[in-house]
Design a protein around this ligand. Structure first.
Ligand SMILES: [Mn+2]
Length: 315
């Protein structure tokens, strides 16, 4: 397995005067090659997927911005976390970067750690899926829970940030593996009729953005719980363009409507609390278009929340 090449430097505010309970993320992260903590951060510094998908590039700087935002977030219950560094994509070498990322994810899952991927474009999703698929028995069913304004089920010969879930479902079908894909937050105004038809043909379940509202929490929780009941392992991915543009301006394609962060968090909690979460990632952070690090802070909060949930008994 090739090691991720880029190592992050963690530093931040130190409130030692407030006592042992004053720790922040930069004080619990250990930069290392071999995962040995309950969670392991792993970046995919890659612009190639968004570039191929004709989007606004800049997500290669996402993992760095996310770590910077996370460094000063107070830790609650998380006593240690690994940082395995970044897998970088050289130019257009998307498939190579995905293969390398998948290798690290796979090793982390096999070691009993939950890799937390930091994107990078949503091409991170195919790499995360591949890593998980390699680490678990072929007979086990994998569920993919994606919070996203887009299906990312595009056709086309070349992989991009718009194709990962089609690739994952095709990979599962070719391997004879049961896999299910649930996408929450899909916008009718950001996906063509052809993509909705492909989603139907592939047996994908989805919740449109207009139905992803807090007053429907019960139905949404049931949808997530239904997926969890049918699979052995869960891969959770949050595309930051699922959020309203004001909450997440730092993405390639900001959402006109979007799903409220508080609702996504409550549903993420359901997924994390299931005991089936094996891999999670946050995708599409593009610091170039961020305002006051809003998007990076939201991404960091999600990563912190997932790690906290996993640190709970039964999480
Ligand atoms: Mn996406």
């Amino acid at each position: 397995m090739r090691r991720p090449t880029v190592r992050a430097d963690w530093h931040g505010r130190d409130d030692a005067a407030d006592g042992a309970g004053a720790r922040r993320w930069h004080q619990v992260v250990r930069t290392c090659d071999t995962p040995g903590s309950p969670v392991a951060l792993l970046g995919l510094a890659c612009d190639a997927g968004v570039a191929r998908n004709k989007g606004r590039v800049g997500a290669a700087a996402g993992p760095g911005a996310l770590r910077k935002a996370l460094a000063n977030v107070p830790v609650h219950g998380v006593t240690r976390a690994d940082d395995l560094g970044d897998v970088t994509c050289a130019g257009d070498a998307l498939e190579e970067a995905q293969a390398e990322f998948a290798g690290v994810v796979s090793a982390a899952v096999a070691a009993g750690s939950v890799p937390l991927g930091l994107g990078g474009g949503h091409e991170i999703a195919y790499a995360s899926y591949l890593g998980l698929a390699r680490a678990v028995p072929a007979g086990d069913a994998i569920g993919i829970l994606n919070f996203d304004a887009h299906f990312d089920l595009r056709a086309g010969e070349r992989a991009s940030s718009g194709t990962p879930f089609r690739q994952a479902l095709e990979h599962a079908a070719a391997a004879g593996r049961r896999a299910e894909y649930l996408c929450i937050g899909v916008s009718r105004y950001a996906n063509t009729t052809a993509l909705f038809e492909r989603a139907r043909a592939l047996g994908v379940r989805w919740v449109p953005d207009e139905e992803a509202r807090a007053d429907r929490f019960g139905a949404l929780r049931d949808e997530v719980a239904g997926l969890l009941s049918r699979v052995d392992h869960l891969y959770l991915t949050v595309c930051l363009d699922v959020f309203p543009a004001a909450a997440a301006p730092g993405v390639s394609a900001p959402a006109a409507l979007g799903v409220e962060p508080a609702l996504v968090e409550r549903l993420v909690d359901v997924a994390v609390g299931s005991g089936k979460l094996r891999v999670a990632d946050v995708a599409e952070l593009n610091p170039k278009f961020d305002i006051d690090s809003r998007t990076a802070r939201l991404a960091a909060r999600l990563i912190a929340r997932v790690a906290e949930g996993l640190a709970q008994p039964g999480g």
